[in-house]
Design a protein around this ligand. Structure first.
Ligand code: SF4
Length: 461
């Protein structure tokens, strides 16, 4: 998610580059809305940022305010209609809204929309053409008119939302940014020469030449226009940042809550080496997200680090690809072993996580076929045992390899010589963030915000 308020700048192009830097957060659809102070235009489609926008499309998006989004589906289908920003009428104009995260009280909010308008949004959800994001847009749109315009509507709606929501939205005249009281997903404010930018990650600010100012605080609403940046609080902050951002999701060159992601990942590798040492010849990463942890493992263990796998950078992240068939194909397409580096070696292969186990199983097979003598798998996060309701599509518990299988059974299923996961305490320690300011639910089962489908987390072992 990326937003910009900058008179005199080509805001659609700034947003395009901001989204380009955030492509890893969603690869199914992309969109940009702009406003010239009087009317809002939106252009969006399914596909990567570079596929959705060409020069002509960007040139047609004129104005000095923009909101952009890249999507991967956690609620609603992958239909074009679900691409963001969503656009909707309000009592005082129009709202264009982009959302990173996942609400946990969507049904309750849909009932509220139904009470207000008679519209049944859950019917659309069943057809795969509605999302929690469109529910927010509907709620804002059904707030009564007031002098404060979109600001008043937002201050009425935001306290009703539960779960993870980092939002960037705009009226014809003002850019807004808001973050849920837990601050589960990141959101930052940056300064441009001629204005302001908000982005999901600090790396996107770097790429457009914006200077990091600060994080949008949990429970805070920012309003940005010619009067500068104004801040209001809609809820008490109770920070529970997603630890998986540090493990896998965020770019390594991003900083969250003051802690560089790359430093956390390298430290996770060092901790892993202390917790699960092994006699081996070479440490190799599963590129790219396993690389910092593999460097840390090599540093702490004294085993040389090497690149044993080449990644095709143009193939999407495997667990983000939504269907099983595409995921399977993706694994074969994206990694190729370097025989001369690994043949005859006892390898430590460091990866950031095991979700379904498909990647690692294919990987161990490939490495053995390429001549590896031993393959020891080391994982810089604990077993993923519970689903995420806050915007990461781990799918159901049944699909998680660590659900109902011991570490030894997983090792056997991967055909690895040994398998070691970092401990929960070790992973938390590596982030250098207080454990009570983090969400670790997919590893620990402790959910910081209640969700609507408790049967999905009932322990079935
Ligand atoms: S459940 Fe896991 S992935 Fe989801 S927000 Fe919490 S730590 Fe992040």
């Amino acid at each position: 998610m990326f937003g910009v308020w900058a008179p005199g700048e080509e805001v659609s192009r700034l947003t395009y580059f901001g989204l380009y830097a955030l492509q890893h957060r969603g690869q199914e659809a992309a969109g940009i809305a702009t406003s010239d102070g009087e009317k809002i235009l939106v252009y969006k489609d399914t596909g990567l940022v570079s596929q959705v926008f060409d020069d002509q499309a960007l040139s047609s998006l004129t104005g000095h305010i923009a909101v952009g989004h890249t999507r991967y589906a956690t609620q609603g289908g992958r239909a074009w209609q679900n691409a963001q920003p969503t656009l909707g009428p309000t009592a005082t104009g129009t709202v264009a809204l982009a959302h990173n995260g996942n609400l946990t009280n969507t049904r309750e909010l849909m009932r509220l929309v139904h009470d207000r308008t008679g519209e049944d949004l859950s019917a659309d959800l069943g057809k795969g053409s509605s999302t929690d994001t469109s529910v927010i847009t509907h709620l804002i749109g059904t707030e009564p008119p007031s002098d404060g315009g979109l600001r008043d509507a937002a201050m009425a709606v935001l306290p009703r939302l539960r779960g993870a929501f980092s939002l960037s939205f705009m009226s014809e005249t003002t850019l807004y940014a808001a973050r849920d009281p837990q601050g589960i997903r990141p959101l930052v404010l940056g300064r441009l020469d001629s204005g302001w930018a908000v982005a999901s990650e600090t790396a996107a600010l770097d790429i457009v030449g914006a200077t990091f100012v600060r994080e949008v605080n949990p429970g805070e609403l920012l309003m940005i226009d010619e009067d500068g940046v104004r801040s209001e609080r809609f809820a008490e902050a109770n920070p529970k940042g997603c630890i998986f951002e540090y493990v896998y999701l965020a770019r390594p060159d991003t900083t969250i809550a003051g802690r560089p992601v790359n430093a956390s990942r390298t430290e996770m590798g060092r901790v892993l080496a202390r917790e699960h040492p092994v006699d081996a010849d070479l440490v190799i990463p599963t590129p790219e997200s396993g690389t910092p942890a593999a460097i840390g493992y090599a540093q702490a263990s004294g085993i040389p680090f090497g690149q044993g796998l080449v990644k095709n950078a143009y193939v999407g992240r495997t667990f983000i690809q939504p269907t099983q068939t595409i995921r399977q194909l993706g694994i074969r397409l994206k990694l190729n072993p370097m025989r001369e580096v690994i043949a005859g070696k006892r390898l430590v292969v460091v990866d950031d996580s095991i979700v379904r186990g498909n990647t690692q199983r294919a990987l161990v097979r490939m490495l053995r076929e390429a001549g590896a003598k031993e393959v020891h798998v080391r994982i810089s996060s604990p077993p993923v045992q519970w689903p995420c309701f806050y915007g990461i599509d781990f799918a159901t518990r049944a699909e998680l390899i660590a659900n109902g299988m011991s570490v030894e059974e997983i090792r056997e299923s991967l055909n690895a010589d040994s398998l070691g996961y970092i401990s929960l305490d070790g992973m938390v320690e590596a982030t250098a963030i207080d454990s009570d300011r983090l969400c670790t639910a997919c590893f620990s089962g402790t959910y910081p915000v209640p969700h609507e489908i408790p049967e999905l987390t009932e322990v079935s072992r």
